[in-house]
Design a binder for this molecule. Structure first.
Ligand code: ATP
Length: 519
């Protein structure tokens, strides 16, 4: 991680704590590794992200409905899904730093570095050749680029075959051959690679024998699969249709050092789309494009998203890609789109002995549908928003603003914890009473923050720091003509308008509905 981005992540973490977005879990006991609590502002932002996702998936697609399945499921579920046998990550330790890593991630990072080198060569050449530069031709003929590309292809191929053959010795050899150093100790003093199952288990009932062992779900998807027929029949759903769900998932992650990017308890927003076999690639392409649009409508910068096709397909998939986001740690997975075939439903049929088939009245046949899944981490969404929103700015100090530096969270207004602050200029002369009147007028439509302490400049700062898009200031003139000043967070521009036009002015700018219309 470059220094600047490392700093950005640190700043985001401490800002998130200082302003009530995210606290370490059970902090008074020094926290619990890779587990976090969302504070008073965090929970609002999180709920707004959920609403943006839920409305898009279920309200804007009349063939998608939601469910809320339990976290605990019958233990055979996880046999059938393959998680008991195959939900492993390869882990490796560095003997000098005593740090543990995911072996596949070490290799992927090394490949990423080689890709960066290619990009640099291309950038350099583009500068040298100017307008006449032919990027494609350069990439296909430049010896240095070709050499890197060859190394990348070989490494990808070896990674793929080691992972699919479950060959941990080959994994270790790949790390040795790529001369990967531990980023902390700088040495190549590695242990062997071992497989590690990521599921948490506990016991249900009072007798702690093996028969009662149950798991905390590592993904929400299985709750959808086991309810496939319940929903299809009771909702009279016709294929293609989808089932959406938001809920907690748990994974005993090997490496958990990146704040809410990789947690042991996290939340997923998943949708399983059931289609006729043979049409899954069409649905896969459709959802790949739709989901990217959903992300981009937030306005965090289209350049911050990219697709990454999977070479190492999971045991259930016939095509898969990630939507990666430019996190402070670099481009990493934000959402996965997977064509899961009929693997899960067929496997549940086998293990449960129950048919999980769809009767197609047009062709008069029964079949097990294929499934395309979209799965996005709510916490990763949160981090993507916070890390782009966080800005430090120098300001001059006109219009009641405090001069100096400000930290502003330019959160998309529709997702901001508070939509506006109502601020009486001074705490006397009837201004607080007038402000209360304004609050009462607006609070049914918007989440408003009331504050009358400190100078107006300081109060603006505090609202900037939690990302409140509008501040309404009540001053002496308000008492005379019912006008207020309205200050916009990002531009700090102020305007005087009538109290009665505040609602109309702001409504569209902070509305999730308007955001959804952009997709
Ligand atoms: P990774 O390769 O980063 O471990 P994954 O491919 O295992 O992720 P999926 O199983 O596809 O992830 O899960 C779908 C989504 O759930 C991911 O895109 C991510 O946003 C989120 N997610 C997965 N694991 C975690 C975690 N430990 N903490 C937070 N979010 C997670």
């Amino acid at each position: 991680m470059a220094n600047d981005s490392e700093n950005l992540l640190k700043k985001v973490i401490s800002h998130a704590k200082e302003y009530g977005f995210i606290f370490p879990s059970s902090e008074i006991y020094d926290g619990l590794s890779a587990v976090y609590d969302y504070g008073q502002n965090g929970v609002e932002l999180k709920n707004n992200i959920k609403e943006y996702w839920w409305k898009f998936m279920t309200q804007l697609h009349d063939n998608i409905v939601g469910i809320d399945a339990a976290i605990f499921m019958h233990p055979t579920t996880w046999k059938a899904s393959g998680h008991v046998d195959a939900f492993n990550d390869p882990m490796i330790d560095n003997k000098d730093s005593k740090k543990r890593y995911r072996a596949d991630v070490l290799v992927e990072d090394a490949i990423g570095k080689m890709e960066e080198k290619i990009e640099k060569e291309i950038e350099k050449a583009a500068k040298r050749f100017g307008d006449s530069f032919d990027k494609k031709m350069f990439a296909e003929t430049n010896p240095r680029v070709l050499e890197y590309q060859k190394k990348i292809d070989v490494a990808n191929e070896r990674l793929k075959s080691a992972m699919s053959a479950n060959d941990m010795a080959a994994m270790k050899q790949l790390i040795v051959d790529l001369e990967i150093n531990d980023p902390i100790s700088g040495t190549k003093n590695w242990t062997d690679v071992r497989q590690f199952n990521l599921m948490f288990s506990t016991e249900m009932g009072s007798v702690a024998d093996d028969a009662n062992k149950i798991y905390l779900r590592p993904e929400t998807a299985q709750g959808i699969f086991v309810n496939f027929l319940n929903v299809q029949k009771t909702g009279r759903m016709k294929i293609p249709f989808g089932i959406a769900q938001i809920g907690k998932a748990f994974r005993n992650e090997i490496v958990a050092r990146q704040f809410i990017f990789r947690m042991r308890e996290f939340e997923q927003m998943e949708m399983q789309y059931f289609v006729k076999p043979g049409t899954e690639m069409e649905a896969y392409d459709f959802w790949k494009a739709k989901r990217l649009k959903w992300h981009q409508a937030l306005g965090l910068g289209t350049e911050n998203y990219r697709y990454h096709d999977h070479l190492n397909l999971a045991h259930y998939a016939n095509a898969a890609c990630d939507i990666q986001f430019n996190f402070p740690m670099g481009f990493k997975e934000l959402e996965g789109i997977h064509s899961r075939t009929d693997f899960d439903l067929k496997s549940h049929e086998k293990f449960s002995g129950k048919k999980l088939q769809y009767f197609d009245s047009e062709s008069n046949t029964n079949y097990v549908p294929f499934v395309v899944e979209t799965s996005v981490g709510l916490d990763r969404m949160f981090l993507s928003i916070l890390s782009i929103a966080y800005k430090e700015e120098k300001i001059s100090g006109a219009d009641g603003e405090e001069g100096g530096e400000r930290v502003v969270l330019s959160i998309p207004p529709a997702l901001a914890p508070y939509k506006m602050a109502v601020l009486p200029l001074v705490k006397k002369d009837g201004l607080p009473e007038k402000a209360e009147e304004v609050m009462n007028l607006l609070k049914h439509d918007f989440r408003c923050y009331y504050e009358d302490k400190d100078t107006i400049g300081r109060r603006y700062r505090r609202m900037d720091a939690i990302g409140t898009p509008y501040c309404i200031t009540i001053d002496h003139q308000t008492l005379q003509d019912n006008t207020v000043t309205i200050r916009e967070r990002d531009t700090m521009k102020q305007e005087r308008i009538s109290i009665l036009s505040v609602k109309e002015k702001i409504q569209k700018l902070v509305s999730i509905t308007e955001l959804l219309k952009k997709i």
